[in-house]
Design a protein around this ligand. Structure first.
Ligand code: SF4
Ligand code: SF4
Length: 347
């Protein structure tokens, strides 16, 4: 079976689990460690920044895992798919925080940052910033010292390099209201991977339910059966591992199902990945609510659960920390995905 068909098969059997390293996260060693651990745990896809060096770092972790002789190896030697993320100006995923001169040095932002991007000198480490906005939320109103810059990428130049480095699909973070600019960028994305899966990530911050459905229709006109919709509940919605955190992620998938997939036969097979505030309970909540999905993408929560072990892990080497990290990652994947892919792979 070719890679495109296998990707589609994982989606159609609701077996796709994607670890989101972060659209703006470019710490190469950490990316390799995350992909090493999660490949061993059976993860089927990774989402990384559209930077060829980051794709290579992702591949390094995957390769190390695939050649690893370990009883913990859970994915039967199957290579996970690498997606690179780009985004429209205004989308949270592709912005970087900057601390301005209005800062009063209260240090409240330092512990709020999920990626340790704010050191004691209060100069944001750009490679670590994922644009989550936690720092802005705790910054005193009297200071309002957080601003953002767009992590701009010339996608027609950078995407071919990412594909060359091993990426197989592209995701456009397009949670903005402007359809004309978004579809122009989407067309470029689709042209850069003419035979690959393309994903559009959408949330409801700037879009009504009606607008959401119309945007998906426009995206499908260009991508046809290569289209995936990543339905984002609350972008980078935090790490609390409870039903409330993941409620909006399941809710947006429910809306797309009811307003489009169940109503229009052309969209019956549209794959939906649930994301944004996803955690251990996302798959369970979706199943209990009767919300069908094709896969689950997890970022903050998936990274946080292995973070204490990651420091001590060396890519390619066994250790008690690796064992612990794989076990945590595996539990997260299994709690979300009822794995039917192994039954299907030989069909
Ligand atoms: S809290 Fe979020 S937005 Fe602020 S510096 Fe850290 S990663 Fe960036
Ligand atoms: S929370 Fe705001 S004022 Fe306080 S240190 Fe951070 S940027 Fe400066």
């Amino acid at each position: 079976m070719d890679r495109f068909s296998r990707y589609k098969q994982l989606l159609s059997s609701s077996s796709f689990f994607k670890l989101v390293c972060g659209a703006g996260y470019e710490e190469l060693e950490q990316v390799s460690k995350l992909t090493f651990v999660y490949t061993l745990a059976g993860c089927t896809g990774f989402d990384v920044s559209a930077n060829p060096l980051v794709v290579e770092a992702c591949n390094k972790g995957i390769e190390a895992a695939l050649s690893f002789d370990s009883p913990y190896f859970s994915n039967d030697g199957e290579r996970p798919f690498i997606t690179v993320s780009v985004g429209m100006p205004g989308d949270h995923h592709v912005r970087k925080a900057v601390i301005t001169q209005d800062c009063i040095g209260c240090n409240l932002c330092i512990p709020s940052c999920p990626t340790e991007a704010i050191p004691s000198n209060l100069e944001v480490i750009e490679d670590r910033c994922i644009g989550c906005g936690n720092c802005e939320a705790v910054c005193p109103p009297s200071a309002s010292a957080i601003e953002y810059i767009h992590n701009e990428k010339e996608i027609s130049l950078v995407l071919p390099l990412c594909i060359q480095a091993g990426a197989e699909s592209v995701e456009l973070h397009a949670a903005i209201a402007d359809d004309i600019t978004t579809i122009k960028e989407w067309t470029t994305v689709c042209e850069c991977v003419p035979e690959g899966i393309v994903s559009m990530c959408l949330d409801r911050k700037h879009m009504t339910n009606v607008h959401l459905v119309e945007r998906i229709k426009l995206a499908k006109e260009i991508a046809d059966d290569r289209l995936i919709i990543q339905a984002d509940g609350v972008p980078m919605g935090g790490s609390a591992n409870n039903f409330n955190t993941t409620l909006q992620a399941v809710a947006i998938a429910d809306i797309i199902n009811k307003e489009l997939k169940f109503k229009d036969r052309k969209f019956n097979n549209l794959p939906i990945l649930i994301s944004g505030g996803t955690n251990t309970l996302t798959g369970k909540l979706a199943r209990q609510c009767g919300v069908p999905f094709s896969g689950i993408s997890i970022g903050t929560h998936a990274r946080n659960i292995v973070r204490p072990e990651l420091e001590s892990i060396v890519v390619g080497e066994s250790s008690i920390h690796l064992t612990e990290a794989i076990s945590l990652a595996e539990n997260l994947i299994r709690s979300n995905i009822i794995d039917q892919s192994k039954k299907l792979v030989n069909c």
